[in-house]
Design a protein around this ligand. Structure first.
Ligand SMILES: Cc1cc2nc3c(=O)[nH]c(=O)nc-3n(C[C@H](O)[C@H](O)[C@H](O)COP(=O)(O)OP(=O)(O)OC[C@H]3O[C@@H](n4cnc5c(N)ncnc54)[C@H](O)[C@@H]3O)c2cc1C
Length: 397
């Protein structure tokens, strides 16, 4: 059986489908538009190390991803660390890593803290999140909590992720997101990382595909030749939102937190200090992401990298006035205009029903099919599922 499968897109989805099929003797062509594979897990070489263009970590229980990392021979580089997080609001930084921190969080009064805990427990115990896909997160928060919890806790978080669409996002998404992020104990949350960078995962996948007889074509601008086609960038009329990260190499540390959610108005929704997660010695400088999810109409998409940097750096100095321009060794601006579908009311149900097999030798996989959210574990799980469906179709032919 010598069949060829064209895979459009050389991000994690395309590489995993390519690896799985090539392992079974299928000839694959991974067709990538940009100059190198990786997509959203792409990394940039700075001096003698690689750093992801967008912050990346994985969660406990991400078994599909963990197994892939192991299969690629990277088990020894997989590390788990507590990742301290905080909130910045009203000009103050609050620790927000553990359940005890929530009780100490003074912007909320005791009654609302207890209400918030009840809401979080309810969300965590919900088995059928799609039951909540017919109302917005905002409506659910007002119904189960109150306006103060919306204004002081949920709204800034929703806004920093979904911009002006924040009040149209489904409650089902909120349930999925909080369910994913609430595996905390009394010490906080342990997150996983591939020490020395996810670039190693991309490299290993590429190497294995080529070893198995497959091809990776970059700067690809043509149409696939026909036969079986797996499309990893199918958008099928769904509305997508973008992501923008300013990455900084700094001489000075900002804080002790890995992740700070910015509740006050700012150009970015989170400050992610990577070197409070991974050792400073791996880089020799402090690595920081200023992460934002601008709406499609935002002016930042048209700005030059220096303008974006100036704007974001000005807001960074509001949070950390001690940091100066002379502390910045380098900066990079990365943007992806369509990184994940916007889970408007009813959309989670629709996405959940999408089939990987479209018929006539066409398959879809990737961010559109990643229910409930586009992150690497689900991307890998779906890519493996897709490869299996392609194999079944080829063997049935
Ligand atoms: C800011 C940010 C932070 C993230 N953090 C995390 C995290 O901490 N943990 C986690 O698990 N996940 C995280 N993710 C999500 C994760 O990176 C993605 O879900 C995953 O990489 C998506 O892989 P993909 O291959 O489906 O899509 P993509 O990576 O988008 O790959 C699609 C590929 O298709 C190519 N392409 C597009 N059009 C064409 C065309 N016409 N022809 C050929 N090729 C084309 C693109 O260039 C791209 O390489 C993050 C994403 C972002 C944006």
């Amino acid at each position: 059986m010598q069949k060829t499968v064209d895979i459009i897109g050389g991000g994690l989805s395309g590489l995993v489908v390519g690896y799985e099929l090539s392992k079974k003797g299928i000839k694959v062509n991974v067709l990538e538009k940009s100059g190198k594979p990786g997509g959203q897990i792409e990394a940039t070489k700075i001096k003698d190390y690689f750093i992801e263009n967008y912050y990346h970590h994985f969660f406990q229980g991400d078994w599909d991803f963990i197994r892939l990392v192991e299969e690629m021979g990277l088990k020894d580089n997989m590390v788990w660390r507590y990742a301290p997080s905080g909130f910045y609001t009203n000009g103050r930084l609050y620790k927000f890593s553990t359940p005890q921190d929530l009780l100490r969080y003074s912007p909320l009064n005791l009654k609302n803290k207890l209400k918030l805990i009840r809401m979080l427990l309810k969300i965590r115990s919900e088995k059928d999140i799609l039951k909540h896909d017919n109302i917005t997160a905002k409506e659910w928060i007002l119904k189960s909590g109150n306006k103060e919890l919306l204004d002081k806790f949920f709204r800034p978080l929703l806004r920093s992720k979904w911009g002006d669409n924040w009040d149209r996002v489904s409650a089902a998404w909120l349930f999925a997101r909080i369910g994913l992020r609430s595996k905390r104990n009394l010490f906080g949350e342990k997150l996983g990382y591939i020490r020395h960078g996810w670039q190693q995962l991309t490299n290993k996948l590429v190497k294995n595909i080529i070893k198995n007889g497959g091809k990776i074509e970059v700067n690809w601008r043509k149409q696939p030749k026909g036969g079986v086609i797996v499309d990893t960038r199918d958008k099928e009329g769904f509305k997508f939102s973008g992501a923008m990260c300013v990455v900084l190499g700094l001489k000075r540390k900002l804080s002790d937190f890995y992740w700070i959610n910015i509740i006050d108005n700012s150009s970015f929704g989170a400050i992610i200090e990577h070197t409070n997660f991974m050792p400073f010695e791996d880089y020799g400088e402090h690595i920081v992401y200023l992460a934002s999810y601008p709406t499609s109409t935002s002016l930042v998409w048209e700005m030059q990298p220096q303008q974006v940097f100036d704007k974001y750096f000005k807001d960074l100095r509001i949070v950390f006035p001690h940091i100066r321009r002379s502390d910045v060794n380098w900066y990079r601006v990365f943007k992806e205009k369509e990184s994940s579908f916007i889970p408007l009311v009813g959309m989670m149900t629709k996405i959940n029903r999408l089939k990987l097999k479209k018929g006539n030798g066409r398959f879809r996989v990737g961010t559109l099919t990643a229910f409930p959210e586009a992150y690497s574990n689900i991307i890998v799980r779906n890519a493996k599922k897709c490869a299996k469906e392609v194999l079944d179709e080829i063997s049935a032919a």
